[in-house]
Each structure stands twice: as C-alpha cells, then as structure tokens.
Design a protein around this ligand. Structure first.
Ligand code: B3K
Ligand code: ZN
Length: 891
C-alpha cells in the first residue's frame, strides 16, 4: 500500500459551490444521483477534475449536460480523472451502492434494518464519486426517497424544507444545509425511529429544535443525552461565546458503529453506548461518558465544522481542540475545585495508560503526523488526548483570558475555512503578542519528553535552585529531538505543608504565593527562587501542566508529606501513585527473584518477608479517612497504578510477575486497612433514588473500591456485603461492582449470578456487552473462557461494541491471561484480527494494535508475539488498515 505524505499536499484543482443529491433508498441497491457545481481553483495549477470513489457502480457521468464516454475520463483504482476540464463544470453522476452488504460501517450501511452513514474520514466516496477531501467545502441539498412504512423517518443535515408522499407507498424529504461543509460531514438517516424533542431558547432569544432519535423502546433512555446537549449549548456560549448556528440539532443513536460518535453538521450520529442511559442499564461512568461525548460532538460544530481541517494531517486541529473543550465542559459541569481536579486526574490516567505507550511504540507519531498509509489508523490517543494536552498548554501559558483571545481571533480569521495547526498556533500567538515558534515542536516531534528535576537549597542565601533538564527518546523516523517549550507549574511547600511565596532572582514586585508557571525552553535550565526562608519540598508539574514524564528523587517521607499537604490536588494524588509504583516495582522484582530461585509456590511467603510496608498503608489510611477530601478523590488515591502502567515502567515486561505483585499489594493493603475500608463502605452508601451527579457518583466509587479491596480478603463479611449489594442495588454501577467483587472471589454460586444477570438484561444490548466484559476481564478468565464465550449465541464479531466487549477487553484488559506463557492468547488474537479484517478493517486494525509493545516483553513471549504478528502479516487479502499496523510493529 501507498504512503501519503504531508509534504505532498497540493490544493485541489477544482472547488465546489453546491452539491445536490437524490437518494432512492433500498437496502440491496441504493441509487444516488449527484449534481456537483464546480469551478477551477485559482490557487491550483492543474486542470484535471479529480474524484474519488470506492465500491461503487458508476451508472452515468455527465459534464455540463453531455454524457462522458469511456475515453473522456480515466478510472484507475479509486481515482476518477476528467482531464482538461472547463473552468466551470457541472458534473452529474449516478451511482449504485449496496448498503446491506456494507459490513465496514463506512459510507451508507444498514443497521438493524435502518440506514445510516459514516463519512469521516473517507466514507463519502463510498456513496458517490467526489473530490472527497476536507478542503473542498460546499453547500448541500439532499432529497431522500424511501418506502414510507419501513422508513417513516428521513433525516439529513440542516433544515427540512419539504416532504410528501410518492406513488407505490413511498415518500420523500428534502433537506438543505445552509452552511458550507466538507463531504466528511455529510449524513443521512432513514428508518423506523422515534424521538424525544424539545424547543430550546438560545441566550440570543432564538428558538431551536433539539431531537434525540432512537429505536422505539429506548425512549426511556434519552433524557440524559438531551440534558447533556442543552448543557453543552449553554456552556459554549458562556465559555467561548459560540452559539448554535442551526435551527435544528439532531442526535441519532445506532447500534452498529465503529467509534463513539460523529459530528455531522446538525445530524450527529452516535453509538448507542454514548446516548442511551437510565439507572437500570447505565453506570456512573456511562452517564459521564455520555455527557462528554454529547458535548464533544456538539463542540465540533464550531471547532471542526465551521472551521475545519485543510488535510487529514491536521486532524488534531479539530480533535485535540475539541477534546480539550469537552474536558473543560465536564469539569465545569462538576463545578467544584475538587471535582475539576478529579476530572483532571481521570484524563491524565487515560493519557498515561494509552497514549504514553503509543508514543513509545512502533505506531508513535507526532500530533501532526508526517505520513500515513490509512488515515483511519490515525484517530489515535496521540491525535486526541495528547492533542488536547497541547491545546491545554496554550491556556496554561497564556492564561484563560489569553486563550479566549486566541480562540476569538481564530474564528475571526478562519470561519468557513479549512486550515492547519499552524493557523491555530498563529492565532494564539498573534492575539497575545507572544512568540510561539518553538511551541511548534509539540506538533512535529513524537515521543514523550522526560523532565528531570533536582532542587538545591542554599540556607545562607535563602535560595532554592531548581534545575530542569529535558530529553525525548528516539521514535520511528525521529532520532534526535529539539527541546520543547514546556510549561512547568511549580510550588514550594514549607515544613507545615503551606505554599511559600515565589519570587525568581532578579524579579521585583510582590511575591506570588501558590503556583507559578516556569517556561522550560532549553535542554537544561536552572531557576533560582529567592527569599526562601526554609528548605522547601518542591511540588513540580502541578495539575500536570505538560504531557511529560517527570523524574524527581523524592524520599518516601517527602512523598507521604506531599500526599498529606500539597495544595495542588493533582500532585497530592501523584505523590501517592509514586509511592505505590515504587512498591509495585520492588514487589515485581521480588516475584521474579523468587521464581528464579525455585520458590514458585512460596511467592507469598517471600513477598511477606520483604520489608513490611507500613508507610504506604499509613498514607492511604490517612487519605481514606480524611473526610475533608472529596470521596471521588479518595477513590482515585486508593486505586493502584494498573498492570499496564506498571509494565510501562519496566525495562522488560513480565506480565505474570506484575500481576502477582499487584495482587499481593492489594491483599496486604486490604488486610492493613480492613476496618477503615469497612467504615468507608458503610459511610458512603448513597440512600434514596439514584442520581448520576458527580457527588453521588464519587461516593459510590469510593464505596465500591472499598468493596473490591475487601473482596480480596475472601472473608465471609466481605462476601456478604457484595451479595447484599448485588441483591439490593437500585442502579447498574452498584450491580456491576458487586458482581465483579463476587466473580473475583471464591464465593460459590458465580455462574448462577452471571446467568441471573444475563436473563434479566437479555434484551439490553449495552448491558450484555458489560456481561461479556465482566467475564473477559475476570481474574480466573483465560483464553478458553473467552473462546467459549465467543461461541455464545449472543456473541457476534459483526457488531463492534460486542467485539470490543469480549475480544478487546480480553486482549487489552486482562494482561496476565492474554500473555499466557503457552502463547494461546496470541493465536486467538491473530484469528480474531484475521476474521475482522474481512468484515471490518477499521475495527480489525484497532485490535491489531494490542501487540504494539511486543518488543518490550520477556524473550519467550516476544518470540510468540512475533509469530502471531507474522501470521497476520502474511494472511491473504489484508486491508490497508491492518497491514499498516502489523508492518510497522514488525519493522
Ligand atoms: N470525528 C469522529 C471520528 C471519526 C473517525 C473516523 N474513522 C468522532 C469525533 O472525534 O468526534
Ligand atoms: Zn472529535
């Protein structure tokens, strides 16, 4: 397959004014008539019209009214070229597609009998031939025709301008989108759906119609999405002065969907997982995710749709920015400072768990990549989450007000345009009269920078010298890196744990107490704080002010001190994680040593004999019992770094040793904190009707983490707590937590509990997904468990949510079982990747990434992983998607 390079970007030869489309919707063969009014682009040299089309039957092609004969155009692969075309060209194209055979879920497809589209990134070309690239923006008018009984609802972008009946029981609807848009934002939906709708008054006084469309029977699950939409609309006005520009805004839920959701103009299409919720079927996390994703897609209306990307290398221009916006939205919805901090910690956990490994592996790429084979492989945590961190750094450097000025200038300059990440950076720089030249490296250099910090206190001179040194590891295609522009937020704590005044040498004026943002721009820099009256404990990278790995030599005592006192909640949490990580790594090494000396059976005894760890338990107890702390924060503090996170800290990954070590630490903490955990469990029951608000969710989270620790002890009291909770719970959060605790214990009656759960929720697909995940990630699950679940009548690879619930959950969420020494996990993985490759390349390529880090594992596992990768690489009919992933992994 061919590699596409950013440096080869060329403006399109022709631009498009208007697009008129007519659809005759039939599952087996849908006829599409398209009329494109084009004109030669003065900014381009070429005179050929270049269109893309995939898996289409071309029925007719006319240029300015004249039918084109075979010799008048060239069709090579997916590219249709009309050479030396006139300056103004009206193209009429008739194509036929086969939605019912479309298992890739790109372009026009059928899900549960209804029609849906997904066009980003390059799905529009599966509907018609078109200059399907984001820098071609046009106005669309769409006529939908279909059987009225089967498809009573016909939706597309923009406003409904006409509808009526046709002969033979058919009907039509005509939609007009008043805004120019790139083809990737086109959408249609046709089917038997119902909606919850509301008229909503904007701040400006204009009234808009909001609708959430679902299948009949799901109307009891739309309220939260509707509330989230209204909150999003209000928030974007308050925070960024951005108002909804349409009279009508629709969200539609679909059960078969490759990703989370899609921001089609005025017609957002969502995975049911991010729309449907009520206390019976959705967890607190589901409720929070729905709010975030509804917000995310809505915010795209400005950041992505009104201002879009010039080319797909600029994807983070809209995604990084929009993730940043949804993160801020969710934080503001919680409203409290501690809530904001909890949200920040959650986001950083995702970054570390998923993006740091990506940045250190074979698929590492800059936030603005230089090349790709398949663009769908670049909807990554780097583009999204690291991209959001990059946007956040502007705000950290410029302040909230300065950031807002930059946003205002960005829209003033670029509304209605397709632009680049450089344009965004220029708006931030110009609006604030700042030089952000060096900041560009966050877009062009891949890899996670490391910052080494060391402090030296001069008691005589009352000076604290803080030296920061940055490096960045080599990544594919990038051996040497230049220094980044890194905002490092720091504070200094006195012996009582209070923030000290901060004044850098040579500065005049009042001292700022609290936090200050240092700008690290060189490879090594020393910052000298003056008037520091006692030796402080520095708190560095507060709020995680940059996406870097911070190395500091803290003693255990200093970490415990920061855990107890830091005014910055992020670093307070971070100190606890550092302390826990230290223990976990020591324990892992001890497990390996014990194994080597033949003590396989006596690992526990060996671990019990290594220095007994009171410090961590004491620090966690203090946090657990500190009623002044937000329960949600205490839950995060009590949660140990995941096995994946521990793995990333090791030179050579030994998943089994990690698992044993972490389990050991969980058990010993449970023993040490038993009474406190029981007390926390009891104190944090939430009485009364269920509400997903952050405060209640935080209490449930703390209660349930306490339960999961207690269940490690396998004693009668803990198990009966879980059993009671399973029986009495009035919501899915508590149900699942209880069931997980039981499954991971030695309690009897597990299979009855699972069966009962299944029977109760058989008709709720999203809950059955949870049922599969629960079993795939259970502690005693192995590849045979998963194989037999894959044979369950409710399992199908064709539905992405279901495939993810079982296969992905096992391969990515149960490391010690997946990496079984016999390599059976890897053979299973290879089979599934190959099976998915045939039906849905995008989802297959996601699964293919589970072996990204194979070179970091123990030699025995490495070899087995390499064989599995090769098996996939050499299988026939490999999609571009999967091929790119495994080729890069093996390179
Ligand atoms: N923009 C879409 C993602 C499309 C993915 C295409 N493979 C969802 C989002 O980020 O909002
Ligand atoms: Zn997005």
């Amino acid at each position: 397959p061919q590699t596409i390079h950013r440096k080869d970007y060329a403006a399109p030869n022709y631009l498009v004014d208007t697009v008129e489309m007519g659809f005759d919707l039939e599952p087996a063969a849908t006829r599409v008539a398209t009329r494109i009014a084009m004109y030669r682009n003065p900014a381009a040299a070429g005179r050929d019209i270049v269109l893309f089309g995939e898996e289409l039957e071309l029925v007719a092609l006319r240029l300015n009214g004249k039918t084109l004969a075979k010799g008048d155009y060239r069709l090579a692969g997916h590219v249709l070229t009309i050479p030396a075309a006139p300056a103004k060209a009206v193209l009429e194209i008739e194509t036929v597609t086969h939605p019912d055979r479309n298992t890739s879920l790109m372009g026009l497809y059928v899900s549960n009998g209804n029609f849906f589209t997904q066009c980003e990134a390059e799905g529009f070309r599966k509907i018609t031939f078109f200059p399907d690239r984001p820098d071609v923006m046009a106005k669309y008018t769409v006529m939908l025709r279909a059987d009225k009984k089967k498809y009573p609802v016909l939706l597309s972008n923009g406003n409904l301008v006409e509808q009526g009946n046709l002969p033979d029981g058919r009907h039509y609807a005509k939609w007009e989108d008043p805004f120019k848009k790139p083809s990737y934002l086109f959408a249609l939906v046709a089917g038997d759906l119902v909606c919850q709708e509301e008229k909503y008054k904007l701040k400006s006084g204009r009234e808009v119609l909001l609708q959430v469309w679902v299948e009949e029977g799901n109307l009891d699950k739309t309220q939260h999405a509707m509330d989230s939409l209204k909150n999003s609309i209000a928030w974007d006005v308050d925070r960024f002065g951005l108002e909804l520009d349409l009279d009508r805004f629709m969200i539609v839920a679909v059960g078969d969907f490759n990703m989370g959701a899609m921001e089609n103009k005025g017609l957002n299409i969502f995975n049911t997982k991010y729309v449907l919720a009520n206390p019976r079927i959705a967890t607190d996390v589901d409720f929070a995710n729905i709010e975030a994703v509804v917000g995310h897609e809505y915010f795209h209306n400005w950041t992505g749709n009104r201002v879009t990307c010039r080319d797909w290398f600029q994807l983070s221009l809209k995604e990084g920015l929009t993730v940043f916006r949804d993160q801020e939205f969710s934080a503001d919805m919680i409203g409290t400072d501690s809530g904001r901090a909890v949200k920040r910690i959650d986001d950083v956990r995702v970054l570390r768990q998923a993006q740091f490994p990506e940045d250190a592996g074979p698929m590492a790429h800059p936030v603005r990549p230089d090349s790709y084979v398949e663009i769908n492989n670049f909807y990554t945590v780097t583009i999204y989450e690291k991209g959001a961190e990059v946007v956040r750094m502007y705000q950290t450097l410029l302040g909230r007000k300065g950031f807002r000025k930059g946003m205002d200038l960005y829209f003033k300059r670029h509304d209605g345009q397709a632009v680049t990440c450089d344009d965004f950076r220029a708006a931030m720089a110009d609006a604030n009269k700042r030089d952000l030249t060096q900041f560009e490296r966050w877009y062009s250099q891949s890899g996670t920078p490391q910052v080494d910090a060391s402090a030296r206190y001069d008691a005589k001179g009352k000076i604290l010298e803080l030296t920061l040194e940055q490096t960045c590891p080599a990544t594919p295609g990038q051996k040497k890196k230049q220094p980044f522009h890194i905002p490092v937020a720091v504070g200094l704590l006195d012996a009582k744990g209070r923030d000290m005044p901060l004044k850098l040498e040579g500065e005049s004026g009042a001292d700022a107490t609290g936090t200050r943002v240092l700008e690290l721009t060189k490879a090594r820099q020393t910052f000298r704080f003056t008037g520091v009256n006692e030796a402080p404990v520095p708190s560095i990278l507060r709020g995680f002010s940059a996406p870097v790995v911070l190395k500091v030599d803290y003693s255990d005592a200093e970490l415990a001190f920061l855990m107890a006192h830091d005014s910055d909640p992020f670093n307070r949490w971070e100190a606890g994680q550092r302390l826990a990580m230290r223990r976990l790594l020591n324990l892992t090494v001890a497990v390996q040593a014990a194994r080597q000396s033949g003590h396989v059976v006596a690992v526990d005894t060996v671990l019990n004999n290594i220095e007994h760890d009171g410090a961590l338990a004491d620090a966690l107890r203090a946090t657990l019992n500190d009623a002044s702390l937000d329960p949600a924060f205490r839950e995060l503090a009590l949660t140990l770094p995941s096995e994946t996170m521990i793995a990333e800290q090791m030179e050579v990954i030994d998943p089994h040793a990690i698992h044993i070590a972490r389990q050991f630490l969980r058990r010993s903490l449970a023993r040490a904190l038993r009474d406190d955990l029981l007390a926390a469990y009891r104190a944090n029951r939430v009485p009364g009707a269920y509400s997903p608000d952050a405060a209640s969710a935080g209490r449930r989270a703390l209660k349930n983490v306490a339960l999961s620790y207690l269940a490690e002890l396998d004693d009668a009291e803990a198990l009966s707590l879980a059993q009671c909770q399973d029986e009495e719970a009035n919501n899915m959060t508590d149900r699942l937590a209880a069931l997980a605790a039981l499954l991971n214990s030695t309690a009897s009656g597990k299979s009855e509990a699972l069966q009962g759960f299944y029977d109760e929720f058989e008709s709720e697909a999203l809950v059955i997904d949870k049922w599969f995940t629960l079993q795939a990630t259970a502690r005693d699950a192995d590849v045979n468990t998963v194989r037999s679940l894959a044979g369950h009548p409710a399992f199908t690879l064709k539905n992405p949510n279901r495939a993810r619930s079982l296969i992905f959950s096992f391969c990515n969420g149960n490391p010690s079982a997946f990496h079984a020494l016999d390599g059976n996990g890897y053979s299973f993985w290879a089979e599934q990747v190959i099976a998915l490759n045939g039906s849905n390349p995008q989802v297959a390529a996601r699964l293919a990434r589970s072996l990204d880090r194979w070179r970091k594992y123990t030699p025995a596992l490495q070899e087995k992983m390499r064989l599995a990768l090769q098996q996939v690489a050499s299988s026939p009919n490999l999609s571009r998607d999967v091929s790119e992933v495994v080729t890069k992994a093996l390179a």
